[in-house]
Design a protein around this ligand. Structure first.
Ligand code: ZN
Length: 130
């Protein structure tokens, strides 16, 4: 989906929700030109990153690339999930600078043709890094 399509769907979604005005200043000044997809990492997932270094075992005695790669994948799971499954749309008010974060997948589902939300699908195992 290109940027213009995302912008159009977000505008339609905001109008449908009667949320086209900024909740802080009340102006209709969303800066769609600055719309960005971003992600946040949960604190629990973020705390996993680099934990071997914190425990002082950053230099393993043996070279075990498979194990080390597996550990790295596990540590980065929170980043990967946030950047793929839980993307957010960052929308800023041009008038007052208020920023809102909206769940991109939810908006895309709700603005699909027909407007109905499909049944939730089990997300299954982690995608593999190749
Ligand atoms: Zn505002």
């Amino acid at each position: 989906m290109d940027r213009n399509q995302m912008e159009q769907r977000l505008k339609a979604w905001l109008e449908e929700k009667r949320a086209s005005k900024c909740p802080l200043c009340g102006e209709e000044s969303w800066d769609f030109g600055d719309l960005r997809q971003v992600f946040l990492i949960g604190a629990a997932g973020g705390a996993e990153i680099g934990k071997e270094v914190q425990r002082g075992i950053s230099a393993p005695r043996r070279f075990e690339p498979q194990r080390q790669l597996r550990e790295l994948r596990n540590q980065l799971r929170a980043v990967r999930n946030s950047a793929t499954i839980n993307r957010l749309l960052q929308l800023t008010c041009n008038h007052c600078g208020h920023v809102v974060l909206l769940h991109a997948a939810k908006i895309l589902r709700e603005t699909e043709e027909g407007g109905h939300e499909p049944p939730r699908v089990h997300e299954g195992p982690e995608p593999q890094i190749s």
